[in-house]
Design a binder for this molecule. Structure first.
Ligand code: AMP
Ligand code: GLY
Length: 427
């Protein structure tokens, strides 16, 4: 089979590595891919959002299956466009991708079908939103831009003044672009967060091993929100009881709700959960694999990824085996100094061979320069993942490997997994 992967981050590298294990795979292209994927995939110089370009390429090269890994091409309808020319693809169509593409759609879906989530109001007028936060709204509260905003369109406000400021930034100054023309204002929830990815073919839903992201830039969950500075799996807060409840109260109802709305979801559905005192609640849905969650989840997958992906597309998930190893995984992200605000690129990366002998090295912001050297080219540069029978061992191994990789101004958190280890101790 000839496969095309659309995207170029650590998630796509992890997906490509796993797909390459299938002996039927003879060729993998990545559009645009990255410096690490270049070692076993052919890179295609197309943007992940270039729907026409990707469709043309897939037709010309007789691609058998396309994996659309990134949110924006899914929301732009890349899977629909490929289907029109007869090329099957992993991921939801445009109508189903709206579960991530519009927070207002997702919140209304949950309300209509009784899926647990934070209480909320939606607004498309600045004046009405302002009136609400000045009078009725409970504080603290959370203001969210309706559309895709690279994970940045969520502002937690402790006071009414902060909420007013957030609305101004989103709705008037358009700090997050057009995605802020409509907003959700919701109740602030507390509790540990859990990410759960699940395969679904629109009928059956199969959760993967749970994970925990570390979103803040600095140790101790300080600093700015980032795309994710590391992950561990499984997440100790996602106990068997919580998992069963989530499956029953959230996962099955979500699949049924999407079907009832005429938007069957096929692909990977991401549940961002908060485990509150009243049970698990949905903080967000994503219509794709999470990043960096994928970088700990897929190394623990025992089954063949491509077989499972094809089953989601063909509606045969029920009869397909999906199993995970009992061990744990830890991914430490190495970022460019100054990320997520301002950082320099183009620095040569050393120690890659030594580290890759001990760990999965998932490239994100890297490229091969004219001299053939791998250099930094983005904010998040690499994810270093190790698996082990225990979480403590996975963390130790991941840091030992991460410490072998160096580049100018390398930035990483030293405490990935520590909160989980403490929780394990209590469990
Ligand atoms: P999201 O992009 O929706 O995942 O939100 C980013 C982060 O904001 C989440 O991972 C949470 O830490 C936080 N967050 C979002 N919604 C809420 C909420 N209703 N209550 C508390 N924290 C939230
Ligand atoms: N790690 C969060 C996300 O993929 O959206």
């Amino acid at each position: 089979m000839k496969i095309l992967i659309v995207g170029g981050g650590g998630r796509e590298h992890a997906i490509a590595e796993k797909i390459a294990e299938n002996p039927a795979v003879e060729k993998i292209w990545a559009a645009p891919g990255n410096g690490g994927m270049a070692s076993f995939c052919e890179l295609v110089p197309l943007k992940a959002t270039d729907v026409d370009g990707v469709v043309c390429f897939a037709k010309e090269h007789a691609v058998d299956y396309v994996v659309v890994a990134q949110d924006d091409p899914l929301c732009l309808g890349m899977v629909d466009a490929l289907a029109q020319v007869g090329i099957p693809a992993f991921g939801p169509d445009k109508k189903a991708a709206e579960i991530e593409g519009s927070k207002i759609f997702a919140k209304n879906l949950m309300k209509k079908y009784g899926i647990p989530t934070a209480r909320f109001e939606t607004f498309d007028s600045f004046e009405a939103a302002l009136q609400y936060v000045r009078t009725d709204a409970p504080c603290p509260l959370v203001v969210k831009a309706d559309g895709l905003a690279l994970g940045k369109g969520v502002l937690i406000c402790q006071t009414r003044d902060e909420a007013e400021d957030a609305l101004r930034q989103m709705m008037l100054d358009r700090k997050f672009g057009a995605s802020g023309s409509r907003v959700v204002i919701e109740e602030f929830l507390t509790g540990p967060e859990v990410s759960v990815l699940a395969f679904t073919d629109g009928k059956t839903i199969v959760p993967m091993v749970s994970s925990m992201d570390h979103k803040r830039a600095l140790d101790g969950d300080q600093g700015l929100n980032t795309g994710g500075m590391g992950t561990i799996a499984p997440n100790p807060f996602y106990t068997k009881e919580v998992a069963e409840r989530t499956y029953r109260e959230i996962m099955l109802p979500t699949v049924a709700a999407m079907n009832a709305e005429g938007r069957p979801f096929k692909g990977c559905l991401y549940f961002g959960l908060m485990i509150t005192e009243d049970g698990p609640k949905v903080i967000e849905y994503n219509c794709r694999f999470g990043d960096p969650e994928t970088q700990v989840v897929l190394p623990l997958l025992k089954s063949d990824l491509l077989t499972v992906m094809l089953a989601t597309t063909h509606g045969t998930l029920e009869e397909t085996e999906v199993s995970f190893s009992d061990g744990a995984a830890c991914c430490v992200v190495l970022a460019s100094g100054g990320y997520p605000v301002k950082y320099a690129s183009g620095y040569e990366i050393s120690g890659l061979d030594e580290a890759s002998a001990r760990a999965h090295l998932y490239h994100a912001g890297t490229k091969v320069n004219e001299a053939g050297k791998i250099v930094t080219s983005g904010g998040r540069v690499l994810g270093v993942t190790c698996t082990a029978p225990t979480l403590a061992e996975a963390i130790r191994k991941a840091y030992a490997a991460a410490d072998l990789v160096s580049f100018t101004d390398r930035q990483m958190r030293r405490d990935i997994g520590q909160r989980a280890l403490k929780a394990e101790g209590k469990a």
